[in-house]
Design a protein around this ligand. Structure first.
Ligand SMILES: Cc1cc2nc3c(=O)[nH]c(=O)nc-3n(C[C@H](O)[C@H](O)[C@H](O)COP(=O)(O)OP(=O)(O)OC[C@H]3O[C@@H](n4cnc5c(N)ncnc54)[C@H](O)[C@@H]3O)c2cc1C
Ligand code: SF4
Length: 407
């Protein structure tokens, strides 16, 4: 990630050099500057130096903010192009198909195109960006931020086939037969169901579907009161978007607030915007009005029970603690999963899906040497920078596979 190098460049007042350094292995510095989960900051040496009660201990260096600062000095794609000015190698004759225009697929396309590969991305949506375009709300990551980075990727020769779903509009086999390598970066598009009564009734919607509607420019009437089920960033996004519609929003979460997987900054921002968090609550059923629409949600209170095996405490429902929260909309945000129905049966012995994820080796290569995979469909970290890192590794592996270059 060259973190010390670009921080030094910023400190020396050379923001352009900082951007150039960042682009060396991350084609989405602007995205990371705005929404990265900043894993680097938890391992930053400054986090661990000095005692927590030492007033001089300032904690981790704000690496994400520095990245944001550097990239915001390069205001549009043309300037970025001028700053980083990469050498684009002569076409090498190899064609690579990429399924999915999320951060992993776009990273593969960007670095392979620079190395002379002919890349085509197949994408179901009308625009690129994956969950960073259709999941993350625009107030956190504006659409033009994604667009200008995608325009730049197009400008170096990457071809996009939008509104094209592999497995429906084009077969996986045809890509496999007509390209020299295939990268699968399909992410996790399907929401987990809540598994409670009436969850398919009007007024009950999964968060990823809800955010997809809003981010596509359409509207969704959430009414006056909303319950969001879950404790991760997706739940917080669903809650904050609803609050911005003027709704009175309550998050129901099984564990304690300290256990919420969402970024603490996001939790604080949600509370600041009036979102109420009801921890240690387990939804049991959705209640409907006489027209069959959501009118409330029933939940049980939970107590936290220590885990015998040393894991984190578990929420256990307290019998007889039922309560009903009157709401117009229930938004489920308890997780997502991959949809691999595009994979034909005769590929499934080599391209193996294990516990919901595509199995790869350390170079993102599946059991079929011609097929590589990365991003949410492969790793357990579920964030943009991990998808970018997978894409970067896959580029090296595809070069090794086709050009016999050492990694
Ligand atoms: C609401 C929300 C908020 C988030 N907030 C953050 C955040 O703040 N910070 C962060 O780092 N991460 C965040 N994430 C996670 C981050 O967006 C993902 O980890 C990242 O986008 C994964 O990249 P990917 O390339 O694996 O897949 P995706 O971004 O999911 O992209 C996959 C693409 O593949 C396409 N596709 C799928 N199947 C097919 C097919 N058969 N044919 C053609 N195209 C197909 C999809 O349409 C999609 O565009 C958030 C996610 C969500 C849902
Ligand atoms: S991309 Fe994210 S994890 Fe990587 S250095 Fe930047 S802020 Fe840290």
């Amino acid at each position: 990630m060259h973190i010390p190098e670009y921080i030094n460049a910023i400190a020396a007042g050379d923001d352009e050099e900082a951007v150039r350094i960042i682009y060396d292995n991350n084609p989405f510095p602007e995205m990371c500057g705005k929404v990265c989960t900043r894993r680097c900051e938890t391992v930053c040496v400054m986090t661990h130096r000095g005692a927590e009660d030492d007033p001089n201990d300032k904690g981790a260096i704000a690496i994400r903010w520095l990245k944001r600062y550097a990239t915001e000095t390069a205001e549009n794609a043309d300037i970025i192009k001028e700053i980083i000015n990469p050498d684009i190698q002569e076409p090498n004759g190899y064609k690579v198909a990429i399924i999915g225009a999320g951060p992993s697929g776009l990273t593969v396309a960007y670095y392979l195109a620079l190395k002379g590969f002919d890349c085509t991305i197949y994408e179901s949506h009308p625009k690129a960006g994956g969950m960073t375009m259709y999941g993350i709300p625009k107030y956190r990551f504006p659409e033009d931020s994604v667009d200008k980075q995608v325009e730049y990727i197009k400008s170096i020769g990457v071809k996009f086939k939008f509104n094209t779903t592999v497995g429906k509009d084009v077969t996986f086999k045809s890509l496999y037969d007509n390209f020299d390598a295939v990268f699968v970066g399909v992410g996790f598009q399907k929401a987990w169901t809540l598994g409670i009564e009436n969850e398919n009734a009007p007024g009950s919607i999964p968060a990823v579907e809800y955010l997809n509607i809003i981010n596509s420019g359409d509207s969704y009437d959430v009414g006056k009161k909303v319950a969001v089920i879950g404790g991760g960033n997706v739940a917080i996004d669903g809650a904050r978007v609803s609050a911005r519609y003027g709704a009175d929003v309550t998050i129901l979460y099984r564990r304690r607030v300290v256990d919420m997987p969402a970024d603490w900054e996001e939790i604080e921002a949600a509370e600041h915007e009036g979102v109420h968090i009801e921890p240690q609550t387990i939804p049991t059923r959705i209640i409907l009005n006489d027209k069959g629409r959501v009118k409330g949600i029933e939940f049980l209170r939970a107590e936290m029970v220590p885990d015998d095996k040393g894991g984190r405490p578990r929420p256990v429902a307290i019998e007889g603690s039922e309560e009903i929260l009157e709401v117009d909309t229930v938004i489920g945000a308890i997780g997502q999963e991959g949809d691999y129905t595009f994979l034909p049966e005769d590929f499934k012995d080599k391209i193996v899906v294990e516990r919901g994820r595509i199995k790869v080796n350390e170079y993102q290569q599946t059991g079929d040497p011609k097929v590589f995979a990365g991003g949410d469909a492969v790793n357990r970290r579920a964030d943009a920078i991990s998808a970018i890192a997978d894409g970067y590794r896959a580029v090296k592996a595809i070069e090794k596979f086709l050009l016999h270059k050492e990694i």
